[in-house]
Design a protein around this ligand. Sequence first.
Ligand SMILES: O=C(O)CCC(=O)C(=O)O
Ligand SMILES: [Fe+2]
Length: 277
Amino acid sequence: MSHTTDLTLPVYADVVDLDRYPIHELDSDKGKALIDSCRKELAKDGCCTLARFIKPAAVTKMVELAGQLKEKAWVSDKTHNVYFTPFDETVDADHPLAHHERSAKHGIAYDCIPEDAPLRRLYESDDLTRFIAAVLEKPVLYRSADPLDALQITRFHPGEELGWHFDNSEFSITVMYQKADQGGDFEYVPGLRTKSDECYSDVREVLQGDRSRIKVQSSAPGTLAFFHGNCAMHRVTLVEGKTPRINSVLTYGEHDNMRLSDLTSELFYGRTSSDAP
Ligand SMILES: O=C(O)CCC(=O)C(=O)O
Ligand SMILES: [Fe+2]
């Protein structure tokens, strides 16, 4: 039997449900309606989720791949503050700058993910970058230049979690492959700080257990999510049961030279981008 490749189809046609989410035809009526509904959801909730964005067979492949790459994962279990800056010992112990959060996960770096992996083919397509830019109303957007962090796969094994934090990048894109049996929820507080105000007392309230502003999102496998991770403080709750939570974070920036700080890179990959081959 001979196989032919249909050159009119995008290289990620087996990865994305293009009938539901036509990211290859953003100028079509359906494409414009998709961008519009994503923008509305993001403005309303600080988060937008696209269920069944990734086709089930591609999700299965990513779960298998995450299993094959398990030994290559960097296992981290450390405390940090919500800003990923050194703890400030000159402030009160309950100040967010001094507050300790725990993050423990298995991080598989971009340079370990094969080029033909479904999510890598999707991430490296300009169509996806254009779609993300359109939703975020950015005239230009670049994929991260970080050889470790641009696209990664994270396994949160039972007992692991991601503590409260703000991302360095303005927004984040995640793709869920496998849910935990229990826990592993994504919790976030939309607009907890602004670009000009750290809102330390609001941050402190959340860190001390106030749940009144917390939103919880538990994505099914195949879901792609957008969120404003720089202003929305967020975390992944403790994973319980037997099944690891497996997902990817896709990183973008408004500059073509975006890289992770050495401190964060050491924390999550055990090396920095200057060590990468
Ligand atoms: O795994 C998630 O859902 C969120 C990940 C995250 O917040 C991060 O990697 O900064
Ligand atoms: Fe984050």
